[in-house]
Design a protein around this ligand. Structure first.
Ligand code: HXC
Length: 257
């Protein structure tokens, strides 16, 4: 597929998607979402890809859903076309995916970053759910994922006032895994992704699946789920390689199977 609104690259076992609609601060219109989804489909199907980084520009990760495209949307069309459901593709992506966020991550942009497994933020990052200022509310998971990530008090504050939260506050609140200087953002995110992609692919995918399970179930069921998956790992070639390499004092060479 020829991409017009994103740049898709690979570096070793890492895939990178760069949102590239600079004039609109990477506002997310349906064409942009379709392109991201197509790139994710391709990366998911490709055994040579072990992790993905999604990023924007230095000024803006994504300034939200495209307000101009949404402005005249009517309820029947929103309902019949199931507006927003196609955005879930990122949340359903099965391999590890890191959001490298610089600048604005607002509305749907913040929601998209939260659909990733973790966020690495540049020191200029600004997060917010400003939909209330537009007469609406978050619609791509903001009320749910933000609340799970940072708790009720801060989520209510952000969603009801529409204010922005800087990188420091976002890290303190648990939304962001790491903050780095802007110039280090991409190298740091790519290094983290390369480290992940160097590990056993079944192990990283199963780890992601198990951590995500914590959001969906009780502790007892989550622990049971973890144990079942953990046991199944002894059927992988990479478990044998990883443990034997340790015993033989050499670096493991994973075959990702
Ligand atoms: C469409 C947008 C946009 C958006 C920016 N632009 N955000 N276009 N949708 N979400 C466009 C502007 O119209 C402008 O186009 C150009 O990008 C540059 O933006 P400026 O406003 O001139 O830049 P600046 O003064 O630096 O302000 C940056 C900003 C502001 C603070 C990020 O642009 C802003 O408040 N944007 C809207 C943020 C927002 O409300 N996001 C939530 C959207 S609703 P022109 O043509 O004038 O140069 C949402 C709902 C999600 O996400 C629910 C489910 C999807």
């Amino acid at each position: 597929m020829a991409y017009e609104l994103i740049i898709v690259e690979t570096e070793g076992r890492v895939g990178r998607i760069t949102l590239n609609r600079p004039k609109a601060l990477n506002a997310l219109n349906s064409d942009l979402i379709n392109e991201i989804n197509a790139a994710l489909d391709a990366f998911e199907a490709d055994r040579a890809i072990g992790a993905v980084v999604i990023t924007g520009s230095e000024k803006s990760f994504a300034a939200g859903a495209d307000i101009k495209q949404m402005a005249n949307l009517q309820y029947p069309d929103a309902y019949l076309d199931d507006f927003i459901t196609s955005w879930d593709r990122i949340a359903r992506f099965r391999k590890p995916i890191i959001a490298a966020v610089a600048g604005f991550a607002l509305g749907g942009g913040c929601e998209m970053a939260m659909m990733c497994d973790f966020i690495i933020a540049a020191d200029n990052a600004q997060f917010g759910q400003p939909e209330i200022k537009l007469g609406v509310m978050p619609g791509a998971g903001g009320t749910q994922r933000l609340t799970k990530a940072i708790g009720k008090a801060k989520a209510m504050d952000l969603c009801l006032t529409g204010r922005m939260m800087g990188a420091e506050e976002a890290e303190r609140s648990g939304l962001v895994a790491r903050i780095v200087p802007l110039a280090d953002l991409l190298p740091t995110a790519m290094k983290a992704a390369a480290d992940i992609a160097g590990f056993s692919l079944p192990a990283t995918m199963m780890t992601k699946e198990a951590v995500n399970r914590a959001f969906e179930t009780t502790l007892a069921e989550g622990l049971r789920f973890e144990r079942r998956i953990f046991h199944s790992m002894f059927a992988t070639a990479d478990q044998k390689e990883g443990m034997n390499a340790f015993a033989e004092k050499r670096k493991a060479e994973f075959s990702h199977r």
